[in-house]
Design a protein around this ligand. Structure first.
Ligand code: ADP
Length: 492
């Protein structure tokens, strides 16, 4: 028995050393990439990217060791916890290594860009903070100091603030035309990479606390009993169950990796979506150099359109991020006013397409609990779509239908409709049935995913009924609140 324990301790020791080594490697790498970034040293950047094989190697070792330990060593509950946390830490560190490699890759694309003093200063400060967070994680982990691990959260707030400042600066410079769009996009991405390194450090802190503050087998008894009813998975395993328990853990980690892959796909999609307008802007700007006055005004109009497109994609992306991160603030929201607000906001686009928007079912005096801004946004998206995918001269109706516990707000058009196989996919980000039509009319492919998020945030749902060639009805169904609506006049 003691032999097994010694072997297990040795393995845990190895895992711990490898983790510390790779955390320190990230801290060091942050410094290196920052240096090559600021001097735009492409050869140096290439070297760093090739060095990143080191990460893969260590990460692979950690993973192998952890899996071996889980399967072979019959770890008791508290060891199990340490190993699982170590596997999570490993992927956080690995991803931070990838982000460093991304910064190095970006260096080549920034060649020729002037990084002014202010931007440079903010990059240096973000890098310093990101490095500090990793050093702090390594220190907290080597001492298993939960308090120190907690301080990472606060430090990460500093990085978030710096990042916000940095993005504002990049946007300002891009707006003033001090940078070409591709470069400002590149710089914006670099800022995001540093910020994400901080996010991973924050996760490390959380995992360290999980290891240190976590339940002990003694304390756990009572807590488990309470949790048992709601979550069968947390039951204390019998010795014989440990193997399968270990495998279940590995499964759940694979699931997390799958989610990560989805996220990576999303980033690839975003880059792809932005590439088209950015490419167009660059081309237009180049053409403008030799253009005569008449051509130039045409090109400027075109430039404005492309810029507006980028702006709406970025707006929608920011909105999606906000919706993902925050639940709706809960206050009573009067549906009548909310619908009127949305119709008002959407009327510009509908008018421009010569489409009339009519509201049916007022006054309904219904309230829901949530955030008005979000619901307005969802309805505007539905009304915009109804107008976007209908012929000019037709009508769109918005119907409020209060049911017993919920209220249905439906937007009906007599437009192109959607075929059944597409109905399942239209709520996915960037999915469009007819890319050209969506693009021509200023669609971003994100409208319906925003609607779905708003519905989720409010404990509701969105569904669609549609026939190709006849039209569509999209319904946002929200749970009603118990609080009666204030009178329309009060809220206006
Ligand atoms: P987009 O910005 O392209 O409109 P959305 O996420 O809002 O993106 O919608 C996804 C796709 O669903 C659209 O590209 C379009 O093909 C389809 N769609 C959405 N609303 C309607 C509608 N009212 N009528 C027909 N098709 C629609």
């Amino acid at each position: 028995m003691n032999e097994i324990r010694t072997e297990l301790n040795e393995r845990l020791g190895t895992i711990r050393e490898l983790l510390l080594e790779s955390m320190n490697l990230v801290a060091q790498r942050v410094d290196e990439v920052t240096e090559v970034l600021l001097s735009r040293d492409v050869a140096g950047a290439d070297r760093i990217i090739s060095l990143d094989d080191e990460f893969d190697l260590i990460a692979q070792q950690i993973e192998d060791q952890s899996i071996e330990t889980l399967i072979r060593e019959q770890p008791v509950a508290s060891d199990l916890r340490t190993i699982v946390a170590a596997m999570h830490m490993n992927s956080d560190i690995e991803r931070s290594g990838d982000l460093c490699a991304n910064i190095a890759k970006a260096v080549g694309r920034l060649q020729g860009t002037q990084i002014d003093d202010k931007t440079r200063d903010l990059i240096v400060r973000m890098a310093h903070q990101a490095k500090l967070l990793f050093e702090r994680s390594a220190e907290a982990y080597s001492r298993l100091d939960a308090e120190l691990a907690r301080s990472i959260d606060e430090l990460d707030d500093v990085l978030d603030d710096l990042h916000r400042e940095y993005i504002q600066l990049v946007i300002k410079e891009a707006k003033h035309g001090d940078m070409v769009p591709q470069q400002s996009l590149q710089l914006a991405l670099i800022g995001r990479f540093y910020e994400r390194i901080g996010d991973h450090a924050e996760n490390l802190g959380e995992r360290i606390r999980y290891i240190v503050d976590g339940w002990t087998p003694e304390r756990e008894g009572a807590e488990r009993a309470r949790a048992k009813a709601s979550n069968a998975e947390v039951e204390q395993p019998e010795d014989g169950e440990i193997r399968s328990r270990g495998l279940a853990m590995i499964d759940s980690i694979s699931e997390e990796r799958r989610i990560d892959a989805t996220r990576r796909d999303f980033v690839a999609n975003v880059s792809h979506e932005l590439k088209t307008p950015v490419g167009a802007v660059v081309l237009l700007a180049e053409t403008m150099v030799d253009a005569n006055d008449e051509e130039r005004s045409r090109l400027i109009e075109h430039l404005n359109q492309e810029a507006a497109r980028m702006e709406s994609i970025i707006d929608d992306l920011l909105e999606l991020t906000r919706l993902e991160e925050f639940d709706a603030a809960s206050e009573p929201v009067g549906i009548d006013d909310t619908v009127m607000m949305a119709v008002d906001l959407a009327s510009g686009f509908a008018d421009a397409r010569n489409i009339q928007v009519a509201v049916v079912g007022l006054p309904s005096d219904t309230t829901v609990d949530g955030e008005q801004r979000q619901i307005v946004r969802a309805l505007v998206n539905l009304i915009d779509n109804a107008a976007r995918y209908s012929e000019p001269g037709t009508q769109v109706s918005v119907t409020i239908d209060p049911l017993v516990d919920t209220v249905d707000i439906s937007v009906t058009d007599t437009g192109v409709g959607i075929a059944r196989p597409e109905l399942e996919r239209i709520f996915e980000r960037f999915y469009r049935v007819d890319r050209a039509r969506s693009r021509e009319t200023g669609g971003t492919g994100l409208g319906l995913s925003i609607v779905r998020h708003v519905a989720d945030n409010h404990g509701g749902r969105v569904f669609v009924d549609s026939k190709p060639g006849e039209g569509s009805t999209f319904t946002l169904q929200l749970p009603k609140s118990a609080t009666p609506a204030a009178s329309g006049a009060d809220q206006a």
